[in-house]
Design a protein around this ligand. Structure first.
Ligand code: HEM
Length: 452
């Protein structure tokens, strides 16, 4: 045997699962824990069987950092996971499912509309919108379904920022649409025949109706030469100038996309924040004090929202322990060597970027909800690859800077205005994993009174 011949690469080890179902139940019950345990046992590459399908998985800081490398960009793509959604809308493509040059072009078009510029100078307007949502959905003496109430709040805010209007009458339909599409076509936690459910069919027709009315509005504005300088305006302008890039068939999906991207992510994260703040009295006191000081100012701006160590620490810690994207999903475009294992072309992969969030090595006492981890000198999240709530690499959240402003503003305002308690007071959070991990829809709080 030739002593210099390279050692052939091995397939990553297979996580032992139950007969027939494989790891399906463990993954559905607590995906974050599942990936951490598998990483601890097998290292940064392993395979997972879910019923009769085997997925690859690369995880940990190794995987998070790999996503940002050229090799990572060239070895992975997103297309397959989003193809079902694209087909369901009769579209040709979507931002999340593209890679390479077209993806960069689409991101370029949408960057301004999704950026912090889109809300610059509008924080006081956002406070008014938030107050309207609080007055409507968070009444004193009532028990509030937190996730639903925060979904309405975020649609109202995003609608105003990104599109100029808030389609509140469509919130339920958008939510049903997301639920079925993500479950059946993207994460595939449910079989496709669920899409025949009349509730989904109705929601799909309504979201299409919303998209068509947005298109009609843009067409009318374009005819008057008044396309707005916001996300929708930028998308429609590109459609007119570069129909090869955004054809008419893609408009409904592209124009309603911000709600799909922002609704569950923000509502789930802020719901977990509400739970955590009410669960930990010392955190609650700090959040309230900071919120009160913020709104003692005659008006607020971006710098004020960035300078909230307790509230932003609470958001960061919430996203560490309750990440909405436990893993990203990709397909291998070619055979590649990952940490000494062979990942084969065509293999569908989970990228377990949230694994380090739960590791003692990076976040000492990782189960402890500690909002002071993020300020210097500790800044535990700043080591490369350890903290990825917004994903990693070319598909990193485009709405991050908006979320970074919107979430502290909403949480500061809610805790400034209302005196709340968990309902019942000793409630322990129940979570859901489909379509995105987050608090159960049954999570409730009681509004005890007004603080301000
Ligand atoms: C708590 C808030 C949020 C979290 C934790 C979050 C998380 C993420 C993650 C993990 C990804 C990457 C998915 C992947 O790589 O497959 C992503 C992508 C994306 N997010 Fe967010 N997101 C949040 C809020 C928002 C908001 C408010 C918007 C817009 C209004 C938004 C717009 C997007 C878009 C457009 C993408 C796709 C980027 C691309 O494919 O190039 N996100 N987000």
């Amino acid at each position: 045997m030739d002593a210099l011949a390279p050692t052939p690469l091995l397939d990553p080890p297979l996580v032992r699962g139950a007969p027939i179902v494989g790891s399906a139940f463990d993954l559905a019950r607590d995906p974050a824990r599942f990936f951490v345990n598998a990483y601890r046992k097998h290292g940064p590459a392993f395979r997972v069987r879910v019923f009769n399908k085997t997925y690859g998985c690369i995880a940990g800081v190794e995987a998070a950092n790999f996503l940002t490398t050229r090799e990572g960009r060239e070895s992975l793509r997103s297309k397959e996971f989003w193809q079902g959604l694209v087909e369901e809308y009769g579209a040709s493509r979507t931002l999340t499912g593209e890679d390479g040059e077209i993806h960069q072009k689409l991101r370029g078009i949408m960057r301004r509309g999704y950026s912090r510029e889109a809300i610059a100078g509008r924080y006081n307007e956002l406070v008014t919108i938030t107050d309207r949502a609080i007055a409507r959905d968070w009444k004193v003496g009532e028990t509030i379904p937190v996730v639903t109430a925060l979904q309405y709040m975020v649609v109202e805010q995003l609608g105003d920022i990104l599109t100029g209007s808030a389609p509140l009458e469509y919130v339920k339909d958008i939510r049903t649409n997301i639920l079925y599409i993500l479950n059946c076509l993207v994460t595939r936690q449910r079989p496709k025949f669920f899409l025949w459910d009349p509730r989904y069919q109705r929601a799909k027709a309504r979201v299409n109706e919303l998209g068509q009315s947005m298109i009609a509005d843009m067409q009318a504005r374009a005819a008057r030469g008044e396309l707005p300088a916001n996300l929708l305006g930028d998308i429609f302008r590109t459609h007119q100038q570069r129909p090869d890039l955004i054809p008419a068939s893609d408009l409904v999906l592209t124009l309603t996309g911000p709600y799909v991207a922002g609704l569950d992510t923000v509502a789930n994260t802020t719901s977990s924040f509400v739970y955590r703040a009410l669960k930990h009295p010392e955190v609650l006191a700090r959040v309230q004090a900071e919120a009160d000081a913020l709104f003692a100012k005659p008006s607020i701006d971006e710098a004020d929202l960035l300078a909230l160590p307790a509230i932003n620490g609470c958001i960061n810690e919430t996203m560490r322990l309750h990440p909405i994207a436990v893993a990203q999903m990709r397909t291998a475009t070619r055979d590649f060597d990952f940490q000494g294992y062979l990942i084969r072309a065509g293999q569908m992969l989970f990228i377990g970027t949230s694994v380090p969030h739960f590791m003692e090595e990076y976040f000492p006492n990782p189960e402890k909800f500690d909002i002071d981890r993020y300020e210097k000198p500790r800044a535990e999240h700043l080591r490369p690859g350890v903290y990825s709530p917004f994903g990693r690499g070319p598909h990193t959240c485009l709405g991050k800077t908006i979320a970074d402003m919107l979430m502290p503003l909403s949480m500061a305002r809610l805790f400034h205005k209302l005196d709340m308690e968990l309902s019942p007071p000793d409630y322990v959070l129940k979570t859901k994993t489909a379509p995105t991990p987050g608090p159960s829809m049954k999570f409730e709080i009681r509004v005890k009174g007004l603080r301000k």
